[in-house]
Design a protein around this ligand. Sequence first.
Ligand code: 6GU
Length: 266
Amino acid sequence: MNYHVLTLFPDMIRDCMNYSITGKAMEKGLLSLNCVNIRDYTRNKHQKVDDYIYGGGAGLLMQAEPVYLAYRALVSQMGITLPDTDGTKEEVYEAFAKKKKPRVVMMTPVGKLFTQKMAEDFSKEEDLIFLCGHYEGIDERVLEMIVTDPVCIGDYVLTGGELASMVVMDAVSRLVPGVLHNEESAQTESFSEDLLEFPQYSRPEVFMGEAVPPVLLSGHHANVEQWRREESLKRTKKYRPDLLEKASLTRKDELFLAQVEKNSPL
Ligand code: 6GU
């Protein structure tokens, strides 16, 4: 997986991605990260990337030109030749008719809500370009030409797209073959099933007087599995009842949830 990030803060991205599992995966060559500083593509002497918003409104908007030129430089490395800014949108589209348009994920609160399913879809690409906006966003004309996937990571507003892009890269990276060990990758399955994970415990058996649930020490595999399933169901009902609607529940699961309801009605 080759990540390319168009951003005003390339160091923020590089510094974070170099840690832990994504850092190790980059060392192993399973992931690569290429950050492009949009400010390097300004054509004014003050390297200004933003300006006032037509029609009024608070704040500043990122201008189309530096974003377009940064993108143009990036895709030229992929063998796609785009016109300079004296060209037209039609010429841009013509260039993509000849060569596969790379996916450009735009980090924006005005996008499709990011899910595990989208992470799975992105993980199948060879190259992913992330576009991180700042201030009040980016001039719509360049977005129309280059963005394929506008993505929002949740119902709250961030100061910029950088953190959001790293959330998406992190979720995608752990699905790239070889990035995780097998035992860890199994954990993905539990989210795909639309249930929250059950509680987990490690040594010691008693911590501050609190014992690990005895069933987990019993060595009885089927009982452990049943306990975990019931804990998952309880937690999902408590914190994410919206997920239960989609989850594929067995008759036994439904009976258990009905029992929970009876013992502690809402
Ligand atoms: Cl992807 N970007 C920004 N700026 N704010 C957000 C977001 C993204 N997702 C939720 N809030």
